[in-house]
Write a protein that binds this ligand. Structure first.
Ligand code: 13P
Ligand code: 13P
Ligand code: MG
Ligand code: MG
Length: 372
């Protein structure tokens, strides 16, 4: 049977009012490019949306993961939107496009990528996550809760197809290598790695019983590619749901509460991760708080399941009032942290701050230090 690929590729190509939000003219450029590609038969369906100031291209096709044609389409779409942003003198036009020319795969060129190829089941629900003002490891806690914590995911305890657990691929961003750990047997070791969010992040998850792909997340760390701060990574992630995978409600249950992630203002602060619907997908106060949207979709015959007019049907999950408590907690925590200004732990530790403009400030003081 032909396999379907879901690709979610994103970039910050410029935004309205600083790093706040992607404005309509950029969506228009992206939708046009995507519609042309659909017309040409390259992709089967698409949905263009935003996570704050990041432009998100969700596509389904039959070309497999890391397809040069699909990546070229994404790059071409981003450069066209960046050109529009430059014309409008929007902020940070072309921000995440770190190289001048496309060379086969957008990985390592700035954009974030999450892709998975699978044989469709009788029905294939997914949650598409996209975040702004944070880094890929923001998904560590979330993915651990969904796939390894029986207090979050009832299926790990009561669904016979899930009790054998999951395998996590963990990427070491400092040394560009990865390791696979199996839960529940190795869950403590897994936390030992995933708790170090500056360095380790989840890249893929498979169901242990049959190695079926369950989740994937982007691992791009812009500062490590550029060697300097160019904006935060603002990662994407996709999770398959139901029938032997966590139920849709188990995938979003971690957001009953907020938790802290690195990013926020100037990519330099711990901030509460705030789940929001698409209409609140913009970063405002102190350039945040870091936000995440969750789109529920169904993959159907190679496409995003669509309505009678051919429009993809999207469940804007975090729009629901069930996530109000997490939002309130997030704002409460935000107010506590902001009272601390630039004092750690509100500000990130020295390792992460190396890639910001802080070292320049510290350097200017160097000559004034006297040996004691
Ligand atoms: P500038 O105001 O110098 O662009 O930097 C602040 C910022 O937004 C960092 O991304
Ligand atoms: P983005 O990574 O979303 O562009 O934000 C950059 C920033 O420095 C915000 O303060
Ligand atoms: Mg930006
Ligand atoms: Mg952003």
């Amino acid at each position: 049977m032909v396999k379907t690929t879901v690709s979610l590729i994103k970039a910050d190509v410029g935004s309205l009012a600083g790093h706040t939000v992607v404005p309509e003219p950029l969506f228009k450029v992206a939708r046009k490019k995507m519609a042309e590609a659909k017309e040409a038969g390259l992709i089967n369906s698409f949905y263009v949306f935003n996570a704050g100031d990041d432009l998100e291209l969700l596509m389904t096709h039959f070309k497999g993961e890391s397809s040069e044609e699909i990546h070229a389409l994404a790059w071409d779409t981003f450069t066209a939107a960046a050109d529009k942003a430059k014309k409008l003198k929007l902020y940070g036009a072309g921000q995440d496009l770190l190289v001048d020319a496309f060379s086969g795969n957008v990985r390592g060129m700035g954009p974030g990528v999450a892709e998975m190829e699978f044989e469709e089941r009788r029905s294939d629900p997914m949650v598409i996550y996209a975040a702004d003002k944070t880094e890929p490891a923001a998904y560590n806690y979330l993915l651990y809760k969904i796939f390894a914590d029986p207090f979050n995911t009832a299926g790990l305890v009561i669904d016979p197809r899930m009790v054998s657990g999951y395998k996590f691929e963990v990427f070491d961003a400092y040394e560009s290598k990865s390791v696979v750990l199996k839960t529940p047997e190795e869950s403590y070791s897994l936390i030992a790695l995933l708790g170090t969010t500056e360095r380790y992040m989840v890249s893929k998850i498979w169901r242990a019983s049959d190695d079926e792909i369950a989740a994937t997340a982007s691992t791009t760390k812009l500062a490590l590619i550029a060697g300097t701060y160019v904006g935060k990574d603002d990662p994407v992630c996709m999770v398959r749901g139901q029938s032997g995978f966590p139920a849709m409600g188990e995938i979003t249950a971690p957001f009953l509460h907020t938790y802290l992630v690195a990013g926020w203002m100037r990519g330099s602060h711990w901030g509460p991760f705030m789940p929001v619907g698409l209409k609140n997908s913009m970063c405002t106060m102190f350039d945040g708080p870091p936000r995440i949207v969750a789109l529920g979709v169904q993959i159907s015959d190679g496409k995003l399941a669509s309505d009678d007019d051919g429009k993809p049907m999207i469940a804007d999950i975090f729009e629901d009032l069930a996530f109000d408590l997490a939002r309130r907690e997030a704002l409460d925590l935000a107010s506590h942290l902001r009272r601390m200004g630039e004092f750690e732990p509100a500000r990130l530790g020295p390792g992460a701050m190396e890639y910001t403009t802080l070292p320049q400030v510290l350097k200017s003081l160097e000559s004034r230090f006297k040996k004691v």
